[in-house]
Design a protein around this ligand. Sequence first.
Ligand code: FAD
Length: 283
Amino acid sequence: MPGLTERLLYRVAKRWIAGYSLEDAIRVAHDSNDRQLRVILNRLGEHTPDQKLIQGYTEEYLKLLDRMQTEKINGTISLKPSQIGLAASPALYEGNLLRIIERAETYDEFVWIDMENSPYTTATLKAYREILPSHRQLGVCLQANMKRTETDLKDLISGGGIIRLVKGAYPESAELAYKKRSEVDANYLKLMTLLFEGGGRFAIGTHDARLIDKARNLAKDRKRDFEFQLLKGIRDDIKPALIEEGYRVSEYIPYGPEWYNYSKRRMRERKRNILLLLRSITG
Ligand SMILES: Cc1cc2nc3c(=O)[nH]c(=O)nc-3n(C[C@H](O)[C@H](O)[C@H](O)COP(=O)(O)OP(=O)(O)OC[C@H]3O[C@@H](n4cnc5c(N)ncnc54)[C@H](O)[C@@H]3O)c2cc1C
């Protein structure tokens, strides 16, 4: 039985995650599909060199793809490289990633790769570049807070890469990353403009109303194969509006017992979320 603190935190976290199990994820995915949202399912877990855990996460993604197929879920999966082997060795990671992609391909499904903190960036992009030519249904996330991203983005665009652009969720040093919100937002806009000008297929992963408006404007003049991606439980007001306007919208839905670190990240992003926590304790 979890302790009181964990139970209270879980009550708040539930708005951002589907629950503990794969079946919770499938249930919530149906619910999102019913609201015309595509889904991106993610099994929580990261930064593990433990071979048994890595194997377990890999098997779970295979099972998840099978279940999504039988349940006719409209959506895809997103995984973290350090969850399926990159924290142990690049070869292990690539082997597991290939197994997952090949299973997804049998269902004509797509796979997204999340971007983690800076020690993993180079290896994540190297594997992506290597695998992409023979597996086109594969996309990778890039972070606008990172100074290197403009170079990475141009490089991926020229190689036909499929990019999800986000602001970046990890604390990074000033040497590697823009630290001021205004700088990150300006870089996001610059990179998003590059995607609208030259990118093939891409995703705008933000809840920032100002940037979403800019994307709407950029989309007016250009017919682009892009979608908006937002996290479960955040800016739920904006999702139906975008669908109504005819945009493709995906909801990123994490699940798994490792919900605590993910929820901490969401808390950090917005002080008001602490109020939610306090309210859950009092109410
Ligand atoms: C689909 C998707 C996939 C992602 N994948 C990755 C990844 O692979 N790697 C990575 O580093 N990061 C990833 N992120 C997280 C991202 O980097 C940001 O940390 C997160 O999206 C918050 O930034 P923002 O763009 O929404 O802008 P912010 O400036 O943080 O927020 C803009 C507005 O959105 C709302 N908002 C934002 N966060 C919250 C919150 N927690 N609670 C309530 N309201 C909120 C508020 O209205 C806020 O004013 C992903 C985000 C999305 C949407």
